[in-house]
Design a protein around this ligand. Structure first.
Ligand SMILES: Nc1ncnc2c1ncn2[C@@H]1O[C@H](COP(=O)(O)OP(=O)(O)O)[C@@H](O)[C@H]1O
Ligand SMILES: Nc1ccn([C@@H]2O[C@H](COP(=O)(O)OP(=O)(O)O)[C@@H](O)[C@H]2O)c(=O)n1
Length: 223
């Protein structure tokens, strides 16, 4: 399937706050429509992890920028980048414009020329519909109430760390959301033409069905 505007690849963009369900939907959309998937949060988490591994401070702008310029997925072998500490550090490096600039081309190339000859790509993050792929075929802004998101993330993390309190995850998410929304460069925001998808009261299946209705509608209009 081609985009209505030309031959460029189909792009589904998913943005929204932490633990709203972006990645879950992105994986389902990727499988269902045969699209390549890029979790752009792993790039920022990866840069933060690389800085922290060497005892660096994620707020050290030069150091974070250098890590972003040298970023390669192979360097993360064995790293647990899903922890809340790496998440918090990721939002610090993500406020650094040089880090964002160093990671932008890779994301755009992935969207424009998806790997494995896929017909398109699905990307999730904070600025996909606004900055990385402003011409995306379909855009979603996925949300859920902060309490719901904290509960979901807590359920995900307690397996590895049973001592984690839901209240501390909640505080972490609020701080991270605030930092992501307030930064000057590519702040977390819904694109004007994004479809809002509030998953607070939706099961994963129901959220995916809602996303499919939107995507199928756009594809029908695009031919
Ligand atoms: N609609 C939903 N209902 C219940 N749990 C969900 C829903 N969507 C996602 N989850 C769970 O919430 C957690 C966070 O989802 P995830 O997709 O990783 O969010 P994000 O990518 O926005 O950070 C995961 O454990 C996931 O299984
Ligand atoms: N496109 C993106 C993706 C992530 N990020 C940053 O990276 C952090 C981690 O992103 P993530 O998507 O892995 O976080 P979760 O929503 O999975 O918790 C976010 O809090 C943002 O600060 C960003 O700035 N832009």
């Amino acid at each position: 399937m081609d985009k209505a505007s030309g031959n460029s690849s189909i792009v589904v963009a998913l943005d929204g706050p932490a633990a709203s369900g972006k990645g879950t939907l992105a994986r389902l959309i990727s499988d269902h429509y045969g699209l390549a998937y890029l979790d752009t949060g792993t790039l920022y988490r990866g840069v933060a992890w690389l800085v922290m591994r060497e005892g660096g401070d994620p707020a050290d702008r030069e150091r974070a920028a250098a890590a972003a310029r040298d970023y390669a997925i192979e360097k993360l072998s064995g790293a647990d980048i899903r922890t809340k500490e790496v998440g918090a550090a990721a939002s610090v490096v993500a406020a650094n414009s040089e880090v964002r600039a160093a990671l932008l081309d890779f994301q755009r190339r992935f969207a424009e020329t998806p790997p494995k000859n896929a017909v398109g790509a699905v990307l999730d993050g904070r600025d996909i519909g606004t900055v990385v792929c402003p011409d995306a075929t379909v855009k979603f802004f996925v949300t859920a109430s902060p309490k719901t998101r904290a509960h979901r993330r807590w359920l995900e993390l307690i397996e590895a760390r049973p001592e984690l309190q839901e209240s501390e995850i909640y505080q972490d998410l609020l701080e991270r959301d605030a930092r992501d929304a307030a930064r000057d460069d590519a702040p977390m925001a819904a694109a004007q033409d994004a479809e809002l998808l509030d998953t607070t009261h939706l099961s994963i299946d129901a959220a995916f069905a809602a996303a499919r209705r939107v995507i199928d509608g756009v594809f029908r209009r695009c031919g």
